[in-house]
Design a protein around this ligand. Sequence first.
Ligand code: NAI
Ligand code: MG
Length: 485
Amino acid sequence: MSHAMTLPPQQALIGGQWVNTAATMQVEAPATGEPLARIARCQAEEVDAAVQAARQAFAGQLGEWASWSARQRSEWLLRFADVIEAHQEQLAQLECADTGKPMTQAKGDISACARYFRFYGGAADKLHGETIPFENDFAVMTLREPYGVCAQIIPWNYPAQIFGRCVAAALAAGNTIVLKPAEDACLSVLCLAELAVNHSLPAGALNVVPGFGYEAGASLAAHPQIDHLSFTGSPETGTQVAQAAAQHHVPVTLELGGKSPQLVFADADLDAALPAVVRGIIQNAGQTCSAGSRLLVQRDIAESVVAHLCERFAALRCDAGEADASCGPLINARQKAKLEARLAAAEADGICVAARGQLASSAPVGGHFVLPQLLTDIPDGHEVLKEELFGPVLVVQVFEDEAEALALANATDFGLCAGIWTRDGGRQLRLAKGIRSGQVFINNYGAAGGVELPFGGVGRSGHGREKGFEGLRSYTRIKTIAIKH
Ligand code: NAI
Ligand code: MG
């Protein structure tokens, strides 16, 4: 795989220049455990230089970013969407090798990244303030202003997609950015940054500081000169970055994952529901914040649904991303060990592994593979029903009626997504209103990625909204101007 792959710059991007860092770190291919590249490992000093560059670019002291009109930003973002699409093959190869995800999913992720730039490019010059009727001798208006320097700390599961989601929205609104990609997968991000520089994004508008969470990430979150922080990752790290940002009263958007239920009623179209239930947990080997990781199924159909899902799970194959099987490896040895320990504990507690997928005979040794599996007969309140497992593991619970389905759906601290499968229109709306989560899908799951649709959590899934127009607004703040005449 690596011989055909063009590696991106392996440095940090600061003020429009690729700079060498004092320290470096190795990144590996999850499918083999072998090294892919050695890249920049930014520490406090480099993060500070990146924040200064972003500050200067925002203030008009570096490059021409601050002088660009909304229309110029719009035009650049729209052109950049085309650039991403023209480099889809190269970007998808990097994403596939670096995250281990199947090639078809990697290509889909690059398309989604381009769609973010197109959506926010189209929106950049349509972001209006308001005029407010007040006393007769006043004219009052609001301006939607960019925050300034946006710190963005992103995870390894969807680097290119989340780059699109954060970077396109923040730039559209006129901010500058310091982005810290995850130590486990950042090659597509470096490639996207290189493309942006080569296609005349003004210096300092986007700065990229690869590195470890506890070094570059912690320095960035605690930096006194950032104006906004968006973070996607675990609830625990989310708490730490929010605490750091609170020292300087920096607003934060937190996207922290979930334990999202799929509710399947006896009247559902099972031909549509069951493939979507499997896809919802298998996509990206279950390492998806919005994974449909709990199946709640009505008693009357539970036995036949589980039997059918067992067939589907047994047919799943794990292999390297380039083989484009149903499931790739997990991201690293630590994630694999954590999941395997939880699965061993579940089996010891008498939980049934009703079906397992298989490792393809072509799968490389040394890859961090965990077989997809379906767990049933789970005691109420068990850890596997509550914790985000972040792997290809679906847990099944049975309910009698709508009231019990709602109670089980809400029996979680998380609240990111929910899927409801039923033909009953009244029930669709009652449940959609009753479920505590940021997104509800009825007779579908995930709305094909939903670049245009606001996305975010409640409770332990975080707060703030990204994607769609709401995501763009969240990168602005309102200034009120009252004129007496
Ligand atoms: P993490 O939350 O530690 O990492 C996410 C990002 O935060 C990475 O860029 C990392 O470098 C950075 N980071 C880590 N510690 C930091 C700190 N002290 N200050 C600032 N930034 C820091 O997640 P990790 O360890 O990779 O995965 C653990 C679990 O987190 C997973 O099992 C999964 O449950 C959850 N997770 C959820 C994601 C989502 O999409 N919501 C994405 C990745 C992980
Ligand atoms: Mg990697």
